[in-house]
Design a protein around this ligand. Structure first.
Ligand code: PLP
Length: 324
């Protein structure tokens, strides 16, 4: 009888060389040369803001549960067919799994059965791309966004797998990878936590649907958008969170003019604090100098021949020269 092995670890032949190099560098615990290389390699390939190598996918899932602040009384939705860690990581925080049936064709969570499982205690949706086959993320994300729920992707099997042209692990707010011996890319044991597939603006949108918010922190919100649009969106947030304390961390000095109070931070220390109107009118204040410097810089950039500003308006590319 032929024995069919459960798996054959992918060994490419350079492993011993790398182990020797790690020993020669005298750093064989975590966060060494190779950890940093793999973190940045994955960040580059997946275009993820942050990747953190972990000792296993199980640990990455446990970190995800901690980051979501899941606790007793919370529920999370998870496919009924997966490895035990997908559920256990969240159960360890006291949360209750609500099992979703899977599809017979892909063995992934059945997106058509997801919504009825969501209740007032649901705090997260955890999906698994079983055997590297992508879940129906479009529908899952639509349901999750409708209910303001974060999606975690257990992507233990799916590094480099694609769903409609996008890497698996890029859809949720967090995703996890496994480098266990049985996986496509293996290092014996290992894993990773991948963050930030979901855009900051999506998170702000979801946060805005929450009731009774007491404190909202916007850290460099709407970065990358046109200044006017940024100011408009910030004004909307201020209106939405009028009852809450709103902390806004920004490099766009002018956007702070409408706030009740500003704190100027220099090298990690608060060097000035007060009402923006008062600070702006006292020429010696750091705040007034920052305002002046930002206006000078904007004017210089807009008038500099070496810079061109382009944007899309009504489907057409515009520049400062053809704005009319
Ligand atoms: C879907 C899934 N999630 C998580 C894990 C846990 O991975 P690790 O062994 O790296 O902790 C596995 C392992 O088989 C898995 O198949």
């Amino acid at each position: 009888m032929t024995r069919i092995p459960f798996n054959k670890p992918g060994v490419i032949g350079r492993e011993i060389e790398y182990v020797q190099e790690a020993i020669a560098r005298m750093h064989i615990s975590g966060d060494g040369h190779f950890t940093k290389r793999v973190n940045s390699m994955l960040e580059e390939i997946l275009a993820a803001p942050k990747v953190l190598l972990t000792t296993s996918c199980t640990h990455a899932l446990e970190m995800a549960a901690l980051l979501l602040n899941l606790k007793s009384g919370d529920e999370f939705i998870v496919p009924s067919f997966t490895f035990v860690s997908t559920a256990n990581a969240f159960v360890l925080r006291g949360a209750r799994p609500v099992f979703a049936d899977i599809r017979p064709d892909t063995l992934n969570l059945d997106e058509s059965r997801l919504e009825p499982l969501i209740g007032s205690r649901t705090r997260a949706i955890v999906v698994v791309h079983y055997a590297g086959v992508g879940c129906e993320m479009e529908q899952i994300l639509r349901v999750a966004a409708h209910h303001g729920l974060p999606v975690i992707e257990d992507n233990a099997h799916g590094l480099m797998g694609l769903y409609r042209g996008t890497f698996l692990g890029k859809f949720g707010c967090l995703s996890t990878l496994s480098f266990h011996e049985t996986k496509n890319f293996s290092c014996g044991e290992g894993g990773a936590l991948v963050s930030g597939g979901e855009g900051q603006r999506v998170r702000i949108g979801r946060a805005m649907s929450r009731q009774n918010v007491r404190l909202a922190i916007l850290d460099e919100a709407f970065r990358g958008l046109d200044r006017n649009l940024r100011h408009k969106l910030l004004a909307r947030c201020r209106k939405q969170w009028i009852q809450a304390t709103l902390l806004c961390v920004t490099h766009d000095v002018k956007s702070s003019l409408d706030f009740d109070q500003v704190l100027v931070v220099d090298a990690g220390t608060v060097v000035e604090s007060g009402a923006p109107g008062i600070l702006a009118s006292s020429p010696d204040s750091c705040y007034a100098r920052l305002l002046e410097a930002s206006t000078t810089l904007e004017t210089a950039v807009e008038n500099c021949a070496a810079w061109s500003k382009y944007w899309v308006e009504n489907g057409k590319i515009k520049s400062l020269r053809n704005r009319s």
